[in-house]
Design a binder for this molecule. Sequence first.
Ligand SMILES: [Zn+2]
Length: 490
Amino acid sequence: MPLNHNHSHKRHKRFSRETSTVNSRVLSSKSHKNAKKLVNKTQKKFVSKYASISFSYDDKSYPKNYQTPTIVPHAGVLSKPKEGWIHITIKGEPFERGFQHGTILADHFPYIKKVLTFMVKQDFKESLDKYMKTCAKVIKPQIAKYHPEYLEEIQGISKGAKVSVDFLIAWNSLLSMYSYYKNKNTQRCSAFIACGKATKDGKIVMAHNTHSDYATGPLANIVMRVIPTKGHSFVMQTYAGYIASGTDWFLCDTGIIGCETTISNINYLPKFGSPYFCRIREAMQYGTTLEEYGEIMLRNNAGDYACSWLFGDINTNRIMLCEIGLDKYNIEIKTDGVFYGMNAALDFELRTLETNDLTFEDFTASSGARSARLHSLLLDKYYGKIDIDIAKDIISDHYDTDKNRDKPSSLTICKHSELDAETKNSFYPWGCVDGKVIDSSMAQKMEFIGRQGASCGHSFNSKKYIREHPEYIHWKPVLRDMPSRKWVRL
Ligand SMILES: [Zn+2]
């Protein structure tokens, strides 16, 4: 029998009380004074080691003589790119691990700056400078107040990568700020999690693909293992410079795994609050049960980046849906069955009160079409049989429920708006930029299987795309090729 803690304020209060120890641990963990001392100490210690190393997104320009994996004592681990993925490990105190992160990935930031400048102009009609000032005003004080540990980590990245703290905060805040500027979330991702009678071996299977513009999407090719001095270690898919995942795909040494899909068309402005990326980061590092994940995600919730979170605990073989808006939330736990996400809130009250979404049951819209398809695949065709191979098939699926045909489009689980002539913004450079699957046995080993580029393996050639769709010529400087890659164990 699923537990339903829907909108229970009593429950919410209990959550806050239970985790006050977690919060005080975070708050007392470091002070800014200590961080300053560490800057000088760690700079001397690490900078010289990395002085001659240069890295790039491009596999070909990777240093030929570089061994894999390379372990530099106290300064992180960088493995050679694998099918487009870059694996790094960072370890230690907040500033120290941030410094490792920034130093190892320093060469990524000039391009990130170019992409961020383009995206805030394109989507928010703002200059980078003005956008950074807005983030410094509305987000930075919240990180300092609620998550000083993560501000220190950002300071470490800043020092290592030689980019400003305000730039990093603006970069980390990009998804949060869509709800601030546009008063709605864009549609990002398809996902599901299953356990018990729904899966072949009765254990947990989870899958996710990221839907994104084709400028920022391909930048999420970092697999980062974080081993913090305090709390738990975890692995996440992420972008250079991020303290949380961004695509929201992670696995933790606590046995908890998670992902999310956004809830689109929210009808409110966020009230910062603890930004979402700090809350999920805290959950990954300090949450030890599904209930604690719920507590942490709701604590000081800003309503930014409303999401349907899917979490699984391989120790208890339970899965959880955690839909969070601003004042409304819906938490359900199952030991048998499936939760899936496709950018519409499943909870009726949240959907009707905090969104303007009318697409939930509309097959002509992306959420409605994908909801019908996910339902049919997960709860009918593959129920009881779901395993890693089926998870790959589902997350790569191109069946268009509206047109009853197998053809990739903006309506398919593996989304391809760039191929779709029949939408409002036809051929928009947006869609699926990766695929990830995991089961309980992989989670036990802190591994997952991922694919860079569309889950289905279709390639995207930016030159060809611009040639065929010159209306998007202004995207040319920031679009990246996404070649067809293999699924690979990470
Ligand atoms: Zn596809």
